[in-house]
Design a protein around this ligand. Sequence first.
Ligand SMILES: Cc1ncc(COP(=O)(O)O)c(C=O)c1O
Length: 381
Amino acid sequence: MGCPTMHALLRMTTPTMWAGHTQGGEPLRRDMPRIPLAKPFWDEECEMAAVAALSSGRWVKGPQAKAFGDEFAKWCGAIAAVPCQSGSAALWAAMRLLEIGPGDEVIVPGMTFIATATAVSLVGATPVFADIEENYWCICPDDVEAKITENTKAVIGVHIFGQPFSQRLRQICNDHNIALVEDAAQAHGTTLDGKMAGAIGDVACFSFFPSKNMAVGGEGGMITTTVPELAERMNRLVDHGRDDTLESVELGTNLRMSEVSAAIGRIQLKHLDDWISKRRANSESIVHETKTRGGGKHAWHQLCILADDPNEMISRFNNNGIDARVHYPIPCNRHQVYSGHMQHETSLPNCDNLAHRLVAIPVHPFLSQNDIEEINSILRL
Ligand SMILES: Cc1ncc(COP(=O)(O)O)c(C=O)c1O
């Protein structure tokens, strides 16, 4: 018997086989159908789009990436969008776009995925860690204001778990003439005062990591902007800082998204509104007390529950076949990478009190009614 073809293998891949694989490695309970925290979407249309992109022979710098950027910008209301290789790459590019470098400070929340802060360090600037809000877990506007100095060039607000950051950030940045960057890696579909993530700040950065609200069949990201002068440079930055004549006019590198990823992304984008509606419906069916900000809409990338005893809660879920984990156990300033940072030992009280107690449980759009009932039954235990 010959080896199965790639197509046959893809068809043999059942939805449960995708479960728990977003971080690599084996699922925790190999032979049991677990309820995963994320379930990357793959169907025949994605497969056909991927194969068509490969068969076209145009693997990079082609029509798919251009169309994906245009469609994504239209979807979120930005004036332009450029696909790139990851959310982290998008954040790095955002720093370059805003000409942030040595001597500059950028205010970031103390509780977020580490890439929010390391993007600042990677351009030679200093991340200044601000505390988070007690109720909504996004960067605290009062602490941002307190930490602005003459060196502050930008604030990176993270729509953490899909929760929109405070409306006050925009005003604070305007008042101090500094840029507002949205880390929207977890926020496809988040809204604030009628604007979608991607169109709130000057620049926004999305991730298409497999667990995110939409994906591209691998690593991927998107940079969007609302500032006309930045739009053209955005294209340049992901392509060695080159202009139309192929001369490099500023420092950039190759951050381009491949055509096959963009083709998959375009298919997934068509489902995104529906998936976000389902996430919102699931968040309403699951019994929890997590708050949402007035004037905004949460996109429920993660449903995190504040637990007094996070280990007990995680065990309760895991032992019953449901994945759960803490996001993010260590505040960014306390990571080893920042052992030399002025704020390494500084307490950001809400970060220190909350970060290790926020337990993410499944809320993804592919949960069945039965899954939701099981989740609720564990929450009631
Ligand atoms: C808040 C936040 N920022 C940035 C990133 C980085 O995105 P990527 O993994 O695509 O580089 C992530 C990804 O998990 C994230 O959650």
